[in-house]
Write a protein that binds this ligand. Structure first.
Ligand code: FEO
Length: 174
């Protein structure tokens, strides 16, 4: 496998693994605040990021490269507010999108069209994840300090996480 592509893919493994840990930390914080819907959403999101990481690990190894399982730095355990959590989520996803775009560039420069094709799945995924994070952040911004609004927001997020989970149970790996 092309060495430059392999290095970039391994860096992406680290990003996805860090995302999984970061969202796990958010899930745990939300659970401690009694925001069970947000916690359910973040636990599911953390699992998704682990899936993104595993997909990369398997791809590198199947193509004769060496996937490296990274050591990770400790994510934060405290967050300022719910709005802060979703702002961090959006910022993080934008950073991941930049990294995926960089991977696409490297694949084209190295004429690695197989990896380029594989990475298109991540390009689409990032589009969806950024859009979702923006929609949720817009809703959180509207709530401000309204307790009833917060309750409804959290409940809606739990319902959407359950629906997404049911949909992925019907189409595993989708
Ligand atoms: Fe796999 Fe949300 O980046």
């Amino acid at each position: 496998m092309n060495e430059r592509v392999e290095k970039a893919l391994n860096e992406q493994i680290e990003k996805e693994a860090s995302s999984s840990q970061f969202y796990l930390a958010m899930a745990s914080w939300a659970e401690q605040q009694g925001l069970n819907g947000t916690a359910t959403f973040m636990y599911a999101h953390s699992d998704e990021e682990r899936f993104h990481m595993l997909k990369l690990v398997k791809f590198i190894n199947e193509r004769g490269g060496t996937a490296v399982v990274p050591g990770l730095s400790k994510p934060p355990s405290e967050f300022k507010s719910l709005e802060n959590v979703f702002q961090l989520l959006l910022d993080h996803e934008i950073d991941v999108t930049n990294s995926i775009n960089n991977l696409v560039d490297i694949c084209l420069q190295e004429k690695d069209y197989t990896t380029h094709n594989f990475i298109q799945w991540y390009v689409s995924e990032q589009l969806e994840e950024e859009a979702l994070a923006r929609t949720i952040l817009d809703k959180v911004s509207l709530i401000d300090n309204d307790k009833a609004g917060l309750y409804m927001f959290d409940r809606d997020l739990e319902n959407s996480a359950i629906q997404a989970d049911n949909a992925s149970a019907v189409t595993p790996g989708a």
